[in-house]
Ligand binder design. Structure first.
Ligand SMILES: C[S@@+](CC[C@H](N)C(=O)[O-])C[C@H]1O[C@@H](n2cnc3c(N)ncnc32)[C@H](O)[C@@H]1O
Length: 441
């Protein structure tokens, strides 16, 4: 990433690394503000999978930290900076844009590392450090890795402050995609139809009470709601059994060398072999992992992986992002699902992503299902609003978001109606009401 003449990186000059203009105040209001609250930091601090990975990465590789100078990009509560100090760092510069910096300073002092951890409140792109650093540590990952675009700030910090033989924590990242089965598409279609029937009643009432016919806006209302219900990616905590085809790596990032140009757009053409027979392919799910491997000259003694893949016991606050395919497809073992995937930053907000998908199903029988394409808005706000939990007990049947309905689902399964055998069987199953969950961080 290029630096400006004064050594700071582009975003402070009002131009995002994405190339679009960024209003710093708007960016603060939209993005940074939530990080200033302890409740939000606590959500991340309570994610055991995330915490264990960073903790193990630091304490099982103390040779990277002992006597070294460390930079923590986006220190938040200061947790990573404190661990680096406890692992023997000589000095830790802990940079945080929001007022959380005040709490981080307190926390470092309260844990007897206030003389090692220097908390600097400011934007990473603008901060000037007194020296170069041996290690950069940061937890910069957003939903599906790149949402939030915070890795731009880490690249900026690396290019300005990391010594030539320095180490990045994490050192590598990967994005994954896989075809999945889920009843969430039907649920969203039902929600859309309820919203439309509510609108139609509203149109009738408005005309009869107030003499104005709103029907001229029906098409626009539908489009708006289709975008909201069907074309916005969903936060999900999937059960591994919902994956119906081989997961594929669609992007690999070497944190030591990656440039903003390399991450601005993610494009991938990939094929996934369906490995579940007589099932339904209703969406693509995306997730990521990061690795702590040190660098080639100075490798980790113990490599650590942090994965956000679907898991029964080790789910994370990142969950997975689900991109609905409308309509769902009937698939069989041996079919091949071919996808052309492209993710690029939204022009209006460089921290959000838009996704274009084109897909084609090659049947094991040799026939081909015609190609389809869809656009998905992967919006942080929408994903937070739509957070839901899928029931582990009835992954074979449908999604079930209310635990009280488990019995009913089991009954359906025992009647043989719950086994997925394509759309028809799936539609026989009664879908249950959604219980809204807390918003995702
Ligand atoms: C995902 S949180 C991680 C917090 C903490 N490191 C942890 O692991 O718990 C990212 C933090 O980075 C801060 N941040 C993001 N971009 C930044 C930038 N360019 N300069 C300074 N702080 C930034 C945010 O305010 C937020 O507190």
């Amino acid at each position: 990433m290029g630096s400006t003449a004064n050594g700071s990186c582009a975003p402070t000059e009002g131009v995002a690394a994405a190339g679009a203009t960024v209003d710093k105040e708007v960016d603060f209001a939209n993005y940074f503000c939530t990080y200033a609250f302890l409740y939000h930091q606590k959500e991340m601090l309570a994610d055991r999978v995330r915490m264990d990975a960073y903790f193990n990465a630091v304490f099982q590789n103390k040779h990277h930290f002992k006597g070294k100078v460390v930079l923590d990009v986006g220190t938040g509560s200061g947790i990573l900076a404190i661990w680096c100090a406890q692992a023997g760092a000589r000095r830790v510069y802990a940079v945080e844009a929001t007022n959380m910096a005040v709490h981080a300073r307190e926390l470092a002092k309260g844990n007897d590392v206030g003389d090692i951890v220097e908390v600097i409140q400011g934007s990473m792109e603008e901060v000037v450090l007194p020296e170069k650093v041996d290690v950069i540590i940061s937890e910069w990952m957003g939903y599906f890795l790149l949402r939030e675009s915070m890795f731009d700030s880490v690249i900026c910090a690396r290019d300005r402050w990391l010594k030539p033989d320095g180490v990045m924590y994490p050192s590598h990242a990967q994005m994954w995609m896989a075809p999945i089965r889920s009843g969430i598409g039907e649920k969203k279609e039902n929600d859309l139809e309820s919203a439309m029937s509510d609108w139609n009643n509203f149109v009738e009432d408005t005309e009869s009470y107030y003499g104005v016919n709103m029907n001229v806006l029906t098409k626009q209302f539908r489009e708006e709601h289709e975008k909201y219900y069907l074309k916005t990616s969903l936060w999900c905590n999937l059960h591994p059994e919902q994956i119906v085809g081989a997961p594929v790596v669609i992007k690999q990032i070497d944190c030591l060398t990656a440039t903003v140009d390399e991450i601005r757009t993610v494009s991938s053409k990939f094929s996934s072999s369906i490995y579940v027979d007589r099932t339904r392919l209703s969406a693509l799910a995306g997730w990521f992992d990061v690795h702590f491997r040190g660098n080639p000259q100075n490798p980790a003694l113990n490599e650590i992986e942090l994965t956000t893949a679907p898991s029964v016991e080790n789910s994370t606050h990142w969950g997975q992002q689900v991109f609905l395919l409308q309509p769902a497809l009937r698939v069989n073992e041996g079919d091949v699902f071919e996808t052309s995937f492209s993710m690029h930053r939204s022009k209006e907000n460089h921290r959000l992503m838009n996704v274009d998908l084109t897909y084609e199903l090659k049947l094991a029988s040799g026939n081909q299902v015609p190609p389809c394409s869809s656009k998905t808005v992967a919006s942080t706000v929408k994903a937070a609003l739509l957070r839901s939990i899928e029931c582990e007990m009835c992954v074979h049947a449908c999604i079930c978001l209310d635990c009280e309905c488990l019995l009913e689902c089991e009954q359906l399964l025992s009647k043989g109606e719950g086994i997925l055998a394509g759309d028809q069987a799936a539609r026989k199953i009664a879908y249950h009401t959604v219980k809204p969950q807390a918003a995702a961080s």
